[in-house]
Design a protein around this ligand. Sequence first.
Ligand code: GLP
Length: 260
Amino acid sequence: MEVVIADEDTLALLAADTIERLLRTEAAPVLGLATGSSPLRIYDELTRRHAEAALSFTHAQAFMLDEYVGIADDHPQRYRNVIDTAIATRVDFPDGAVHGPDGSADDLAAAAADYERMIAEAGGIDLQILGIGTDGHIAFNEPGSSLASRTRVKTLTRQTRADNARFFDDDIDRVPNHCLTQGLGTIMEARHLVLIAVGGNKAEAVHQMVEGPISAMWPATVLQLHPHVTVLVDDQAASRLQLGDYYRHAYENKPEWQNF
Ligand code: GLP
């Protein structure tokens, strides 16, 4: 697990560099896209590079992490619409190349199984962007999630619904109770995980994820078992890291030959 502590703009540039390298070197790259506010600067930077530096997504596919259940198709907070607005329609993905779990399916279990199959048929995810919830969730894998879980329906915690109420007119009752989310086992199969966290409200979750014992109580701790994770955090999100000075030192002295 590599921990990089920098300002928000630098973090977005680093993530965009990694994604650009993938898009320019892989014949059929598969990206994993996250919602939430943390990745928005990355998407802005990718859009800029698409417009100004001929960065193309025409040979790429993308898979979203999660989707609310029971939200209107045209609701701006439906994650499919959020991703369309944030990145999918701003770059040149081919029609049908950006996939999300179908949270409005009549048969949610079948939709979850279909989604797992689609990811597998695409050859798996090369690079998965992740955020983290204040309770340590990734995607919508709330505390208590099986570390081996697959795409399925989850019930959101009150904490997550309170955190996300800002997107629903500050009214927690408008935040859906359920979602379809990739499981922790699904996420762990992506070949490179790039997690971005900014702000002091993420500091405890970041500390637990990087330095705490592996536990379903802090679902993001499962990432300690993945061979290629990049954790991008600003000073506030890094403020509870016990080994913060060490991570800074390691990054400042990173050898040229060590790929990001
Ligand atoms: C939601 C999403 C997560 C995201 C989290 C944090 O719960 N399902 O994928 O990581 O929010 O969002 P933010 O980056 O806005 O803090």
